[in-house]
Design a protein around this ligand. Structure first.
Ligand SMILES: NC(=O)c1ccc[n+]([C@@H]2O[C@H](COP(=O)([O-])OP(=O)(O)OC[C@H]3O[C@@H](n4cnc5c(N)ncnc54)[C@H](OP(=O)(O)O)[C@@H]3O)[C@@H](O)[C@H]2O)c1
Length: 323
């Protein structure tokens, strides 16, 4: 079959011939119809992540959409979303014509949302949803601040907060193009980032009309430091990524005086059932148009280019590869 193949950790995959996966007990062979290139794919393939150096050659791709072909648990032809451990454990992933998927990592799909749009949502959307609702403990009527709001996680966090009854949703972005995506996702106000923490906190406060009950934070660094300064008493900041930096500073007086909560989130801590429920709930909102991730479909043969674009953070939209 054709697949994206990483031959050396730290270099982009090439489009090449690769052995077609054979059926195995407890797993399903999926014919892949759409798979996104996401930050986690690049992190895993970098060889410098906390998952260690991946065994090579391997097919990257931690998620995808497709059709079950050979399965002990699903009728052949069942439409599925699936997750893989490619780059985290020695196995092949979704950026291929076929993928062998552990049965627990399959989510049957009944949604009218098309395959490419489901693939664009995927794990980024699950992370946004669970960071907001589960780790963030969001309740209708609360005010939400979303950092990195023009990215995939951010767009879904904005849309989900809106759909679940937020009183106000404020988005933080680096560029006007990102701001446009955040507005399209449903943000009431957009704040452009600045490196000056105090000035940024003042911008947040003005846009929020006061404080935020929940901050969804895929970027950390200065934006997170500024966002923590505008949390309401007992407010929650949920961090799920470090695009702006691996470190941020917070004042002890501020944390304790407000009984603030700084929380971390990873999809890897979810059970398969939690992940399935989150994706299913999200897809119901996606059918209504309430949540979506801006995306662009490309042929799988263009994987090396798509990889470089994601690496340079130049895409602006989620790139979804179609075999
Ligand atoms: N913990 C988890 O389970 C989990 C799950 C999914 C994703 N994540 C992480 O969440 C982060 C975002 O994922 P994504 O899927 O939304 O990625 P994405 O679609 O590629 O978006 C990247 C986001 O990072 C922002 N960004 C990049 N560099 C930045 C900087 N120097 N300062 C401020 N913002 C910066 C971008 O802002 P602009 O749009 O304004 O340029 C954009 O919002 C990644 O770090 C990813 O690894 C974590």
């Amino acid at each position: 079959m054709h697949a994206a193949v990483v031959r050396t950790a730290g270099t982009p995959p090439e489009y090449a011939e690769h052995p077609t996966p054979l059926p195995a007990e407890g797993s399903t062979v999926v014919r892949v119809t759409a798979a996104p290139v996401v930050p986690l794919d690049l992190l895993c393939a970098s060889g410098s992540s906390y998952f260690g150096v991946p065994r090579t050659p391997y097919v990257p791709g931690v998620q995808g959409v497709g059709v079950a072909e050979r399965s002990e648990v699903l009728e052949p032809g069942t439409r599925v979303w699936f997750a893989t451990s490619a780059g985290m454990k020695p196995c092949d992933g979704s950026l291929a014509e076929r993928c062998l998927v552990v049965d627990d990592d399959l989510v049957p799909l009944t949604t009218s949302v098309d395959d490419v749009a489901v693939a664009a949502l995927g794990l980024s959307a699950v992370a946004a949803w669970m960071a907001l609702t589960w780790r963030g403990g969001f309740r209708a009527g609360e005010t939400v601040l979303v950092l990195g709001a023009g990215g995939a996680v951010g767009q879904v966090a904005v849309g989900a907060a809106r759909a679940l009854g937020a009183a106000r949703v404020v988005a933080a972005c680096r560029s006007e193009a990102s701001a446009d995506r955040a507005r399209a996702a449903g943000a009431d106000r957009v704040v452009l980032l600045t490196d000056d923490e105090g000035q940024l906190a003042a911008r947040f406060e003005a846009a929020l009309g006061g404080t935020a009950d929940v901050v969804v934070d895929p970027v950390f660094g200065t934006p997170a430091s500024a966002a923590a300064r505008v949390l309401s008493p007992a407010g929650r900041l949920v961090n799920l990524g470090g695009s702006a930096g691996d470190r941020a500073t917070f004042s002890s007086a501020m944390l304790r005086s407000g009984s603030l909560d700084l929380r971390g989130y990873t999809n890897n801590a979810l059970t398969p059932a939690q992940r399935r429920e989150a994706l299913t709930a999200l897809l119901r909102h996606a059918e209504d148009g309430a949540v979506a991730v801006a995306h662009d479909a490309r042929p799988l043969s263009e994987v090396a280019d798509a990889w470089r674009v994601q690496q340079a953070q130049d895409a602006g939209v989620r790139l979804v590869l179609v075999p």
